[in-house]
Design a protein around this ligand. Structure first.
Ligand code: 5AD
Ligand code: SF4
Length: 457
């Protein structure tokens, strides 16, 4: 780990008595949001305060996502519009962090075409922020080579977005090289955090009153593969489950090729582990799965689902699906709809395939028009709406434990939250309930949520 004390002291000296304001915006997945919380932790150490309004900021950091092209386009749009802010306030410093900058062609494009930007910071380089910031304050742009840093194991301070839900990355990077995916290129190979670091972080969070711990990794099931057999993911779940306190544990994501019976045992046997599994299927067609390099078939995927449903027929499953992978045929797409009907997911996260430069799939011929992809996407969403509406009915009359997280935007006088099953639940209540577990009896099912009545203890 780099020792940044001297640099941080120098920044504090340069900033003087002022408390400059930083605007940090994270895009994309929860791992990126977690990185954003660590960037904020670094900034806090340097004396920065935070603002949600970029026009009042002295420092803007966009923590970017590279998984799909539209996310990148959005960031370029925002960076473009920041030119004006910089003209109005020349002392404003703008930095671009995250997965976009880890692609050399993108980093070059930013340096060449966006003179309003002062620095780029790659993933795993959070520790490099003080040096880049100091150089920017001194007027030196793009000073550091982002590849100098790799502080994945750094137990960095964080400024967390929520006071009751916390993300805890347990590993970084990915070894799977699904052919459509940029992640292994921008986040590197899998590195597991030390079990004792994870355990003490979770213990600290529980002590601070956090109610939900979300363990994060691109494929949590391969946690520990690089730790010489010291601890596997199911073992980690059991260890965290033994921590005393009133909290629940979630995790994301699980690659189906590595979802073992040990994992299923741990989910069912650990009372604090939420009864929900996010198991990205991506496609129901064996041919597409093979070309995606997913290393499972529809049949082997369904064997996992069947094993879970054998133990609990109502167990909640969610998934990711890609529509319009290169040369996806109508039959391939129908196979995806068929697996959705067979599994009955409570929710799906579906994406139109986005070509990512540098990946294998980017080289594959693709004869499907955008119009056809859009049509398939609409159909898929319609099918899922039908499944959710029907499937959510199983909860009517049941009691759910809900972590209330906000005031409902749809129903006046209602609060919204998520159940252990990862279902959105709305019920009558007020803001005093936010951040607490509430027992709710379900009275109605919609296609996006269930509605219930609070059970007074
Ligand atoms: N195009 C569309 N969706 C993608 N995903 C990953 N890469 C791409 C891409 N190139 C989706 C996958 C993954 C989720 C996080 O994002 O479904 O599970
Ligand atoms: Fe991407 Fe596949 Fe790794 Fe997930 S498992 S991050 S989809 S390469």
């Amino acid at each position: 780990m780099n020792d940044n004390t001297v640099i941080i002291d120098e920044i504090k000296r340069l900033l003087g008595d002022k408390t400059p304001l930083a605007y940090v915006r994270s895009f994309g997945c929860q791992l990126n949001v977690s990185d954003g919380e660590k960037l904020k932790g670094q900034l806090k150490k340097m004396g920065y305060g935070f603002t949600e309004d970029e026009s009042t900021a002295d420092l803007i950091i966009l923590n970017t996502c590279a998984v799909r092209e539209n996310a990148e386009d959005r960031v370029f749009g925002i960076v473009g519009s920041m030119k004006k802010l910089k003209e109005q306030k020349p002392s404003l410093i703008i930095g671009i962090a995250g997965c976009m900058t880890a692609q050399s062609h993108i980093a070059e494009k930013i340096k060449k075409s966006y003179p309003q930007v002062d620095f780029v910071l790659g993933t795993s380089a959070i520790n490099g922020l003080p040096k880049l910031l100091l150089d920017s304050l001194r007027g030196v742009k793009f000073s550091a080579d982002i590849a100098e840093y790799d502080d994945f194991s750094a137990e960095a301070e964080q400024v967390r977005e929520s006071s009751f839900k916390a993300s805890v990355p347990i590993m970084f990077g990915c070894n799977n090289f699904c052919t459509y995916c940029i992640v292994p290129y921008v986040r590197g190979r899998e590195r597991s955090r030390r079990p004792e670091d994870i355990i003490s972080e979770v213990e600290g969070l529980v002590r601070d009153g956090y109610k939900e711990i979300m363990l994060l990794g691109q494929n949590v099931n391969s946690y520990g593969n690089d730790l010489g057999g010291e601890m596997s993911f199911p073992q980690l779940l059991r260890r965290l489950n033994a921590i005393e306190g009133d909290f629940r544990i979630r995790f994301m994501s699980s690659h189906p090729k590595d979802a073992s019976n040990e994992l299923i045992d741990a989910i069912f046997e650990c009372d604090k582990v939420a009864k929900h599994l996010h198991l990205p299927v991506q496609s129901g067609s064996d041919d597409v799965l093979r070309r995606m390099n997913r290393r499972y078939t529809a049949e082997s995927y369904l064997a996992i689902v069947d094993e879970i449903r054998r133990r609990d027929p109502d167990f909640s499953l969610t998934t990711d699906i890609i529509v319009g992978f290169p040369d996806e045929t109508n039959e391939d797409f129908e196979a995806t709809l068929a697996i959705m009907e067979r599994v009955r997911y409570d929710n799906i996260y579906s994406f139109i395939y986005s070509k990512r430069t540098g990946t294998k799939a980017a080289e594959m011929p693709d004869s499907i028009t955008d119009e056809e992809k859009g049509k398939r996407m609409r159909r898929l969403l319609e099918v899922q709406r039908g499944i959710s509406t029907e499937h959510y009915k199983r909860f009517i009359g049941r009691r759910m434990r809900v972590l209330a997280d906000d005031i409902s935007k749809k129903h006046d006088g209602y609060v919204t939250g998520k159940s252990d099953e990862f279902i959105i639940v709305e019920f009558e209540g007020d803001s005093t309930l936010i951040g607490q577990f509430v027992d709710v009896e379900i009275t109605a099912a919609m296609n996006w949520a269930v509605i219930g009545r609070r059970i007074q203890k």
